[in-house]
Design a protein. Sequence first.
Length: 337
Amino acid sequence: MAPKLKDIAEHVGVSVQLVSFYLNHPGTTRVKKETREQIDEAVRKLNYRANTIGRALSTGKTFTIGLIMGGFAARIRGCYVHALMNEAKKRGYHLLIAITNYDHNEERDALELMISRQVDGIIYTLDLEDDSEIAQWIQALHYPLLLHLPTPRKTFDTIDHDYRESAEALVRFLKERGKKMLFFQTPQLGEICTYLAAAAQKHGLGLEIIRRASPFSEEEFIRAVLRERPDAILEMDHAVMQEILDAISAEAPEYRPDCFCSYSLPFEYIDHPLVVGYFRRFHEEKAAADIERIIDRIKNPDMEVQHLVLPTRFLTAEETREFRQEQLSLPVYRQFK
């Protein structure tokens, strides 16, 4: 016969209500650490399996979070999903994933899938304008939604990185090296563009911002780089940066710009003499913040819409190499060698 909460409670010597509270709130600190460990051990020993259907009926929640992405073929996206799953699990939630293949026609299908599966909230990594049909539909349903966007939205919570200090540090670094022009490609015109423009104006650095038309349309930017030959190039996507470096090597080996990319995990380090700096973004902290933010919205659906930003740091290539070695010395990062 399958074990019940009563069996767990009797095994540990606590009340059924305490066991139920802890299993429904695994991240709680209101239960003593020793008791939490005893309950976890009893769950394993008795092979207890929670009745998720019954819990959903009694609470109105499935303790499931939806994640909608364009795709995650890139290694960094796979690592993000992995971290997100772990952070959700710590808090008693599971993740349901859908991809759209960067096709707007598939976005509504993905959202309908999530809603039909009764996920409690959705993390949405694609762009979503407030006045779009999909946005209005989700808003009418009062569905908790967290957007990965660099600018605030009126109707949905948003989360992004804060580049204010790192943009200033990058521009100062370029001026110290005597550079005059920075080319920056981005899929979205967000606050990083504002901070770069302000720092460039302050320090007298030329700045050209080019918006990428689609996730796979970097050819125009590469052509512009080879034609205009700016002193410096900022491209946050590692695959695109590698294509830029390959194009320079093949078509203009005498051209020696300073190149900059983003960094969070050891495999993102590009060992190339032209890459002289990085914007460090905090991988695990981002996943934790995503889960905490969407759970806050699930639990408090009427709270004010918020825009959360996470810190970044500018690091030189040498500083990034040193930091990478520190990461690789930790057990959690050994898989990224």
